[in-house]
Write a protein that binds this ligand. Structure first.
Ligand code: GLN
Ligand code: ZN
Length: 757
């Protein structure tokens, strides 16, 4: 068997071909046969890329029209009852996206990535049955193309662990129904060839597992290994260490275990056991979820450490996870500065790195021909240039971070709030919104035209200001109390700040699949971060000059900026967060000096950065809270700091939220009733809270009575002195016709409640 390995490859296509064809099919502009044709072309092209790069272990069934978890549900016959009567692609896409009569299945984040999977909805009385057609078809397609692929499947324990029971039972209670289907699947696969490699993904093994799940590992992998003699099973894990599961898996007859050595260094502790067991190790050493060029010599040194414990011929060199989480190819980055581009590597480029690392590790430099020697040399030069570049290393930023004193705000919350209530003069149940207002087509075009140089700065500013005027007039008319400028100048809450910070880079084609056909293009942090000049002050100052009411300024917080970017790998995240925080704290200071009294620092993605392992949570919380506090430490006692988070499940992290010490936090609550708010009361949370009182994800306009009722429910949980009233976040995604009546009703509802009490 072979020696280098790719866990999985992105499928959306280097020009997002799959997205284009799917969306046309959904719009009924194309028949499904067209989607199939494009899909086959993509699969073949991706196999070819891997084959050409010299990858030995190439996957099939890593392709999906929407999501691999959804594929697994279809494979197991785990079809929720509401989809009865549908078949094939109509069934598949109805499950993914819903249709006129049926709601879509829930979607949620795949571990700590920005990829979202479709959550299986399981119940005891569905007839689970195997449908292996997709797998067989992809295997045969690969064979026809001239490749003998490994077959990727999602493991039963991960599948169950990530699903939900809609009949109230325990997900692992269905173990007995699912395992026989996996056995049947392997029996079917065993007939495909004289011998077949099956990669069974069990990323759930990188989380803290309870004893029940741990106790299922051995029986599962004993059973699956015995299903067919001609199958080699590789259990693949990624994103963290899998120490506990590894200790069990070595006692099963599987062929190999995949471990991530970049995001789970603790996997080194498992090497002795692996060595004794005689199993093969698929060593994840080339970063599958970042965009930096690999440092080949450093990686080979890391492999050397592994080989000091186990036989090198039992070590396959692999991506750390599926390359799905990285953009496709640098080929289309035509506009990117050449120096910067030379530090990067996307999925296609990573293939070459894996092959090179593997060759250097397994066969030594002696085996290199002159071209390969050149590649190795170029890699070294690129890495040295990155390590020493003046563009990355900014002494003044580093010194500022190194010399940071303790960063606490002026005054304790109790003192600050008294001062502010009198200075700002807002009432109980003060009304506000989360920042953005509907982004009209005109606004988007103006921003785009300005970027492309088709619109002069002057005209652009005039247009934005006129939109701000509209937003202010609207808020005054509706009767909101704390106003916002509406964020027309922002395309995205991270990109907007990234574009104005030194140390940030942007790609043209760095798309990464987020869910279904949707992709995101995260900016990347390559160097020390600094703020050459104020980023938001002119806009907010303008907005404040147009109203007597208080204008709340909007910033994005350091943790969110970090969590929604590709981050440099030559510095601790904590350090990078501090640099961003300093830039934001300068902005806070400039805003207050410009007369702004309330500043909201959004931490929409604070929770997303949580580590998979409990043992690492304390450290994350510590630096994340510190970064937030640093970003607002410049605020004077009389400046009110708000923050915002896009969720309401705070049960496990309420103390951390409290430690951030924001004066006001607005959260997204409308869809989760007030149950989750109780935690604020239970822990005696002191600061003020603005729970979203209506769901903005639907075009529906809630009535006054409904909102009165909602506010009264809130008052059962938190006292009026502590409550702000606002909608959920995301008004920018709605139309003015929907926003207007809803906000009028919200303000009216507050009036009624105030009069009653
Ligand atoms: N201030 C931002 C807005 O209102 C917050 C966005 C978010 O919560 N994701 O659009
Ligand atoms: Zn939000």
């Amino acid at each position: 068997m072979s020696k280098n390995y790719v866990i999985g490859f992105p499928r959306i296509g280097e020009q997002r071909e799959l997205k284009a064809v799917l969306e046309k099919y959904w719009a009924k502009e194309l028949p499904f046969s067209e989607v199939n044709a494009v899909a086959l072309e993509l699969k073949q092209r991706h196999w070819e890329y891997q084959n050409d790069a010299g990858i030995d272990c190439i996957s099939c069934n890593d392709f999906s029209f929407y999501d691999n978890m959804l594929d697994t549900s279809v494979m197991l016959g785990a079809i929720p009852k509401r989809f009865k009567g549908l078949q094939n692609e109509s069934l598949y896409f109805a499950m993914a996206r819903g249709d006129k009569e049926r709601t879509a299945m829930e979607m949620t984040k795949w571990f700590n990535t920005n990829y979202h999977y479709i959550v299986p909805e399981l119940e005891a009385d569905i007839l689970y049955k195997l449908d292996a057609n997709k797998i067989i078809r992809e295997y045969k397609e690969a064979k026809a193309f001239g490749i003998t692929p490994k077959i990727n499947i999602i493991g039963p324990l991960t599948y169950l662990g990530l699903s939900k029971r809609i009949d109230g039972g325990d997900v692992y209670g269905l173990y007995g129904k699912i395992i026989p289907l996996y056995v049947e699947l392997l029996e079917t696969i065993s007939t495909l060839d004289s011998s077949v490699v099956v990669q069974i993904d069990e990323p759930i093994f990188t989380k803290d597992l309870d004893t029940k799940v741990l106790s299922l590992i051995k029986p599962t992998y004993d059973t699956l290994s015995n299903a067919a003699q001609n199958i080699n099973i590789i259990v693949s894990t990624y994103f963290e260490h899998a120490k506990e599961a590894t200790a069990i898996l070595v006692h099963t007859p599987i062929f190999a275990i995949g471990l991530d050595f970049l995001y789970g260094e603790e996997n080194f502790d498992s090497l002795e056991l692996l060595a004794q067991s005689g199993k093969t190790l698929v060593a994840g050493v080339v970063d599958g979820r970042n965009i930096w060029k690999n440092d080949i010599e450093k990686t080979v040194a890391l492999l050397g450490k592994i080989a000091s414990v186990m036989l090198s011929e039992r070590v396959y060199v692999s991506s750390s996870c599926s390359l799905l989480h990285t953009p496709f190819t640098l080929k289309y980055e035509e506009k990117m500065d050449a120096g910067l581009k030379n530090w990067l590597s996307y999925a296609v480029e990573k293939l070459g790195e894996i092959a090179l690392v593997s060759q250097l590790f397994h066969e030594g430099k002696e085996s290199f021909n002159s071209y390969e020697l050149e590649l190795l040399h170029a890699n070294k030069v690129a890495n040295i240039s990155r390590q020493t570049s003046a563009r990355i290393h900014d002494k003044s930023v580093q010194e500022r971070v190194a010399n940071l004193a303790i960063f606490e705000r002026e005054g304790a919350f109790e003192e600050r709030i008294k001062l502010k209530k009198s200075l700002l003069g807002y009432k109980n149940l003060a009304t506000t919104t989360i920042g953005s207002f509907p982004q009209t087509q005109e606004i988007r075009s103006a921003r785009n035209d300005y970027k492309k140089g088709l619109l002069s700065q002057e005209s652009y500013e005039l247009e934005m200001k006129s939109y701000i005027d509209t937003c202010i007039a609207f808020q005054e008319e509706v009767g909101l109390e704390i106003l916002v400028h509406g964020e027309p100048e922002r395309n995205d809450m991270v990109e907007y700040f990234g574009e104005q910070l030194n140390g940030y880079g942007f790609s043209q084609n760095g798309w990464v699949q987020s869910y279904g056909s949707r992709c995101v293009k995260p900016p990347f942090i390559y160097g020390d971060i600094s703020r050459p000049k104020p980023m938001t002050v002119d806009w907010i100052k303008y907005a404040q000059s147009k109203t007597q009411k208080i204008m709340k300024a909007m910033l994005t917080g350091p943790v969110t900026i970090l969590n929604w970017s590709f981050v440099r790998d030559d510095k601790q995240r904590e350090e990078v967060a501090k640099q961003i925080a300093l830039a934001i704290s300068d902005e806070v200071d400039d805003l207050q000096n410009a007369g702004i009294k309330i500043i909201q620092v959004d931490e929409a993605a604070f929770k997303e950065g949580y580590p998979l392992r409990k043992e690492k949570i304390v450290a994350y919380e510590k630096w994340a809270v510190a970064a937030f506090k640093l970003s607002v430490c410049s605020a004077h006692e009389q400046t009110q700091i708000h923050t915002h988070m896009c969720y309401s499940e705070f049960n496990n992290i309420i103390k951390t939220i409290e430690a951030m010490d924001a004066d006001v936090i607005s959260i997204e609550t409308a869809r989760s009733d007030n149950r989750l708010l109780k935690i604020f009361k239970e822990v005696g949370y002191k600061q003020e809270v603005g729970p979203g009182i209506y769901d903005i994800h639907s075009p529906r306009v809630p009535s006054v009575a409904e909102m009165v009722c909602q506010i009264e429910h809130l008052l059962e949980v938190l006292p009026k002195e502590q409550l702000w009233i606002n909608p959920d976040c995301g008004l920018k995604t709605r139309k003015w016709e929907e926003v207007k009546p809803s906000l009028i009703n919200m303000v009216e509802a507050v009036k009624i409640v105030r009069e009653r009490s």
